[in-house]
Design a binder for this molecule. Structure first.
Ligand code: URA
Length: 211
């Protein structure tokens, strides 16, 4: 069994916002706004180890050497559609990132992911690739998404979610032991329909006000 590389981001601001998001009475507009705010805070942590290099600049007073992000612009990949809720906030923090989208839906009978869309930026092999999806439930979609990214050449990948189920962490780590997981919570379990318990319901529905 692979050892899991899971970073649980337990910042009080994230935990407070997440509690409001979980509440059934929280409307979609508030849910979306909180997800955006949490994604800023998570992006800060996920990007903590980005490489920098010194460049020479001129301030209004004198010249100096100062750090700047090194290498190719990073790539954010949203697993549609709920991933877009995390993507938007992360893009605000890293506006120059390139963006990919993977469309996967869960077959309700098997819970297996079926791909219906894939669009990725070029030179993905040279970019840190951060995959975002609020819910790591069975792990099937995340596993399939990372498989597609590896097939496309991605070498350095991180996975970011809001909530993870222990079952999802185990499945994902077995499939992709080289991909670290960042999450704001690890919940109790999955129910028979593949929902995270206690969870927050269907993330896509809560973001977009659908049923
Ligand atoms: N996807 C969701 O949106 N919610 C869950 O609890 C599990 C998967």
């Amino acid at each position: 069994m692979a050892t899991s590389d899971v970073t649980y981001i337990d910042h009080p601001l994230i935990q407070h916002k997440l509690t409001i998001m979980r509440d059934i009475h929280t409307p979609s507009a508030t849910f979306r706004q909180l997800l955006r705010e949490i994604s800023h805070l998570m992006a800060y942590e996920v990007c903590r180890d980005l490489d920098t290099e010194m460049i020479s600049i001129q301030t209004p007073l004198e010249s100096m050497d100062s750090p700047k992000l090194k290498g190719k612009k990073l790539c954010l990949v949203s697993i549609l559609r709920a991933g877009n809720g995390l993507l938007e906030g992360m893009l605000e923090l890293v506006p120059s990132a390139r963006v990919g989208h993977i469309g996967l839906y869960r077959d309700p009978a098997t819970l297996n992911p079926v791909q219906y869309y894939l669009k990725l930026p070029d030179q993905i092999d040279m970019r840190l690739t951060i995959v975002v999806d609020p819910m790591l439930a069975t792990g099937h979609s995340a596993i399939a998404a990372v498989e597609r990214l590896k097939e496309a050449g991605a070498k350095q990948i991180k996975f970011v979610c809001l909530l993870a189920a222990p079952e999802g962490i185990d499945a994902f780590t077995s499939a992709h032991p080289d991909v670290p997981i960042f999450t704001a919570a690890i919940d109790r379990e999955l129910n028979d329909h593949g929902y995270i318990m206690p969870g927050l319901g269907d993330a896509g529905d809560r973001i977009y006000g659908t049923k």
